[in-house]
Ligand binder design. Structure first.
Ligand code: HEC
Length: 289
């Protein structure tokens, strides 16, 4: 007897199921890949051609059989595969099974109930959900599949990587294009407290390092106050290595130095000064650009 399901349907379906299992249990996801899709299309077309050739050979062969044998074979193979599939799934089962519908007599109310069989598609769907629930249950228990914690972890790692790439690609501010902006003051303050407050105090009034809120400066490397600040943070102090080169060493990125410089500039220009501060160091400079 010839196989009922054509191979161009059978083989790709089996392959898809195997691929789905791979995805569920091992996490390999090749399903949407262009190579996979072209592979499936090619295999299906080739198998379709093979099936057609096979059919032709079969038709040739049966010419040599007796009438009776021929009729038996034709009856068995009657109808297109898709038509039969349609009949199998959607048609009234009684028509296929020739059983007739069972009748249930309620008796007391005179109503006769027809006990129709459930359609094939419904029954198959029902079994499919049971099979799927098993697959899902075990893959949830033993693999990362659909585990929300693992999914979160993966997404979180990806996000961090993306941020890192973004930060690397983002052009950093240098001494040439650095500028003061009041909107940087708040974020600059936070960065100052993290990186500088140990030596300058968080209000900039000075500790190991000098008071940054007065008009006295040890280091004068630029005519512009803001650029002078930026430059010292970038290059460090030429005469005291305690004030290290935060920018040059890569410890703080240019964009952050712009924010810190904006904070230092802001507290230096502010008329309200800290009550307690370190005694003046360096030269008094009033005529900044
Ligand atoms: C380990 C202590 C230390 C840390 C941390 C530090 N500084 Fe300094 N800073 C100093 C010292 C000491 C000086 C004085 C340098 C000198 O004598 O030339 C100084 C000088 C400066 C000056 C120049 C002041 C002047 O009068 O010339 C600025 C501006 C400055 N620091 C800003 C910062 C900023 C902004 C940070 C944080 C990114 C920072 N410092 C972190 C110790 C420190």
């Amino acid at each position: 007897m010839r196989s009922k399901i054509p191979s161009f349907i059978m083989i790709p379906s089996t392959l898809s199921i195997i691929m789905f299992m791979f995805y569920v249990f091992l996490g390999y996801n090749y399903i949407g890949h262009p190579i996979t899709i072209s592979f499936f299309v090619t295999v299906t077309i080739l198998l379709f051609i093979l099936d057609t050739i096979d059919d032709l050979i079969f038709r040739r062969k049966i010419k040599f059989l007796t009438e009776k044998e021929k009729r038996a074979i034709f009856e068995e193979n009657e109808g297109n595969y898709f038509f039969k599939l349609y009949q199998f799934i959607f048609d009234d089962p009684k028509k296929i099974n020739n059983q007739g519908v069972k009748k249930i007599d309620h008796g007391f109310d005179g109503i006769i109930e027809l006990d129709n069989k459930l359609p094939m598609w419904w029954i198959h769907l029902f079994f499919l959900t049971i099979i799927f629930s098993f697959i899902y249950f075990f893959s949830y228990l033993f693999t990362d599949f659909s585990n929300p914690y693992k999914e979160y972890e993966i997404a979180y790692k990806k996000q961090l990587e993306e941020i890192e790439i973004f930060e690397k690609k983002k052009p950093q501010i240098t001494i040439e294009n650095a500028f003061f902006d009041k909107k940087f003051v708040d974020s600059g303050k936070i960065l100052f407290e993290e990186n500088c407050a140990t030596c300058h105090k968080s209000d900039g009034s000075g500790n190991i390092g000098p008071n940054l809120t007065d008009d006295y400066w040890i280091n004068i490397v630029d005519k512009n106050l803001y650029k002078n600040i930026f430059s010292i943070i970038w290059n460090g102090s030429q005469n005291n290595p305690t004030m290290r080169a935060f920018g040059k060493s890569g410890e703080i990125k240019g964009n952050d130095i712009q924010k810190i410089s904006s904070y230092v500039y802001f507290i230096n220009k502010k008329s309200k000064k800290p009550i307690k501060y370190k005694e003046p160091q360096g030269k008094k400079i009033m005529d900044w650009n």
